[in-house]
Design a protein around this ligand. Structure first.
Ligand SMILES: *[C@@H]1O[C@H](CO)[C@@H](O)[C@H](O)[C@H]1NC(C)=O
Length: 355
């Protein structure tokens, strides 16, 4: 597989170069001043040229948006979930469309961990219809399904509560093949849902979507509605609204807002139709129970955005079917840490019981 690596640390590492020349200043003042100047010039060129090159290179945009080639954590074997102390998890590869292979984990409820030892795919698949709710987790941008602590953390939490968890990496993420696009991610999500539904019997199938996954999930929900199908329930954690989130708030643009001046040169990607994620429009059409989870100190998506989404969803349905739980900023959960809240098990059990 061809790998083009977009280095997460590119602009900051130029900055580090400047610092190290600073450090050398004590010894040889004159040359180091030169190095400092060259460093600053390089930083300036990177700062100025990156947004321009982004305008010219849609592919680069794609990499920055999905940051999918940054395979955090590094040096792990995603095919061995036991390495993440998931001893009741199987790794598999599912083909969501021709040529697209998705790496997927399936974790059974934690109380089945002993039984799960040494079991094969067929056994795992047969458990999906054991009556325990099945959660499908659609993760955010960047990294892989093993991204600790929060993805593995959510997985362990759900499993401890007695739920199955199916957690895919979208195309282009982790060890999945292909390149990510909005349509492609939506297709992957629908495929995973249908794959689970074909095996889950009468069990509830609940979607937990985080960040980028919330856009993917509401897209998938609307496609399903066209086929006359609703999700049983959807959790939207750290949901964003592309239409409202200008730089510097859009979660995909941290790359840019960390670079001074970038925003003045940068065309918002939603103006180029490369990706949209029309969550507001989607929520107006959705009819399944929805639980919105958001921390008041979310550093990527301000709480106001989530409140706006909640209001849209409530007026499309009602306050009985659409709930929002917020977490105080003093808890420090930001964008990813909500799963550690001591009330989370009760919040989840209540939601599942309401479905
Ligand atoms: C296997 O995982 C379960 C559930 O997380 C845990 O309770 C158990 O202690 C683990 N067993 C071993 C041997 O690590």
């Amino acid at each position: 597989m061809k790998r083009r690596v977009v280095k997460q640390g590119d602009p900051p590492s130029s900055a580090r170069g400047v610092q190290s020349s600073d450090g050398a200043q004590k010894k040889e003042a004159a040359p180091s001043r030169w190095r400092l100047k060259i460093g600053l010039l390089a930083l300036f060129i990177v700062t100025i040229s990156l947004p321009f090159s982004v305008k010219m290179l849609p592919q680069l945009i794609q990499h920055l948006v999905y940051t999918h080639r940054i395979r955090l954590p590094f040096f792990v074997d995603l095919s061995r979930p036991a390495d993440f102390s998931l001893n009741h998890t199987i790794n598999m590869y599912l083909t969501s469309e021709k040529g697209i292979s998705l790496g997927v984990w399936h974790t059974v409820p934690a109380n089945q961990w002993k039984e799960a030892q040494g079991k094969d795919l067929a056994w795992y698949q047969s458990t999906l219809s054991d009556g325990n709710p099945v959660f499908i987790y659609f993760h955010g941008n960047g990294g892989t399904r093993a991204f600790p602590p929060h993805r593995v953390g959510v997985l362990k939490l759900l499993s401890a509560l007695g739920y199955h968890v199916v957690m895919p990496d979208y195309r282009g993420f982790g060890d999945s093949t292909g390149e990510p696009t909005e349509d492609g991610l939506t297709t992957d999500a629908l495929y995973i849902y249908n794959w689970v539904k074909a095996r889950s019997g009468n069990s509830l199938v609940v979607i937990w979507a985080h960040s980028l996954g919330t856009g993917v999930t509401t897209n998938a929900a609307v496609k399903l509605i066209k086929q006359g199908v609703d999700f049983d329930g959807v959790i939207l954690e750290g949901a964003f609204n592309t239409a409202q989130q200008q730089i510097p708030m859009n979660p995909f643009h941290w790359y840019y807002w960390k670079i001074p001046g970038a925003r003045y040169f940068y065309t918002p990607p939603w103006a180029t139709n490369n990706y949209i994620f029309p969550t507001v429009e989607n929520l107006k059409k959705m009819r399944c129970p929805i639980l919105i989870l958001h921390s008041k100190d979310d550093n990527l998506v301000p709480i106001k955005i989530a409140q706006g989404l909640y209001e849209v969803a409530v007026s499309a349905q009602n306050a009985e079917r659409v709930k929002m739980v917020t977490f105080d900023g003093s808890l420090g959960y930001q964008h990813n840490g909500l799963y550690i809240d001591p009330h989370m098990p009760d919040i989840l059990k209540k939601f599942v019981a309401s479905l």
